[in-house]
Design a binder for this molecule. Sequence first.
Ligand SMILES: [Zn+2]
Length: 499
Amino acid sequence: MKYVEVLNNVLITEISKYCKLIKKNNLYWTKCPFHKENTASFCINEEKAFYYCFGCGESGNVIKFIQKINNLTYNQSLQQLSEVYNIKIKHTDISDIQTVMQDLCSYYQNNLSEDILKYFTNRNISTEMIQLFKLGYAIDGVSYLQKKGYAMNIINKTGISSYNSQDRFRDRLIFPILNRRSEIVGFAGRVLSNQEPKYLNSIESDLFHKSYCIYNEWQLVYGLPVIIVEGYIDVIKLTQYGFKNIVASMGTALTYTQLMLILQYTKKIYIMFDGDDAGKNAIKKNINSILEALQSHIEIFICNIQEKDPDDILNQYGEKKIYEYLNLSISLIDWIKQEYTKNLYSSPHSETQYIQTIDQLLQSINSPILRNSYRKYLIVPVSLNNTPQRKWHEKNNKETLELKILLFCIYFNLLEDHFELICNLSFSDKYEDIRLYLISNVYKSNILQEVRYKYDFLNVALSEYREIIYLNKNASQYLMDLINSYQNIKKIQILIPKL
Ligand SMILES: [Zn+2]
């Protein structure tokens, strides 16, 4: 048996010498020994023989754990373990894998030829982004590392060598994958031709675990919403256009562990997957992981884009359209309702089926309180009488009209078209604040996003009136009608003095 296999088997034994482990599903959990915490976010995957802390991002195999907890070097840790478990190790087994990964990354970066750079230019990716994201090109990383004197067992640890000891990324663009400490843990390679598969990732290793990775984690900042997209190029392009906190899931799978990782940074997530069928189905495919990660203080919004992907949107319309999609995004619960009620009245059995499907789906939610409120929202009002359309038309008092006028200005960008009219209105209290804010910032490009951040209740209002707003084909006329009704109401109010 190789020493790696022996050590993979003793991960749980070693960690339990230091921590009290609790087994849940297939994972072991404990409070992290590397940072202070009250709830356990340190998890150990026995099958994959590695640990990961959702709180501080520490991860690795048993050698790394012993190194870290006893404050040793990698070599000392390996030495110590090999004595405990009576393993013979060769000198060539010892190498700092991070140095090798850095070396490999620079090699890929240095391979960028005129032709490759032209490809980036054609895709409208700036030189700055090529450098920031350390983009590269693979010729043969394996023979490069061999020439530098690395033994094959070290090269195999990088996750780049194929079964016949060649670079599996040969002739592919390279997107290095960095962890939150900006260490290179893996690579993704994209073909330039029409070959399949379009994307390849590093082989799973001590360093690289696909479902515990998100692309661009190293640039995440705490407290801002996170936008999850599908493609690496989408991340790069959105960053280039000034968006912050953009990550990509690795492919269309969005795992529970990836979401848990993202939720360490934010309470608000926007999912902006591709506009094609694969992208649309991806959310449905991942709905259980999404619900499993959901907690009551977390908001998840789904952006239903019509174009191919965010990159395509930016190329066609610029960042303004991205903001529009963010504004029109719908909350997860509304998305579920929309998706699963599509065939609700197609047959006499469909209602029962719907209830069963939803019930099953909601099993994934961990919090009983949240599960219950989701159930109430999704199941109880499955009759048409409660549709938002109805609500929208029923309520037309002064305050609702004020809100509706603002929503139409905000979400349809109609403010400029009806500027003079809006300027001459006068609203009450909080709506007046927004009206003034809007008119004084009318030409500011990010105004919509700003207003929505600033006045959080607008998000709630939007989800309530979403269908009307979203489906409205003649928004401008509708806004005029709203303004007319509003002015009439005001006239009536003046005629009838308050007692
Ligand atoms: Zn930790």
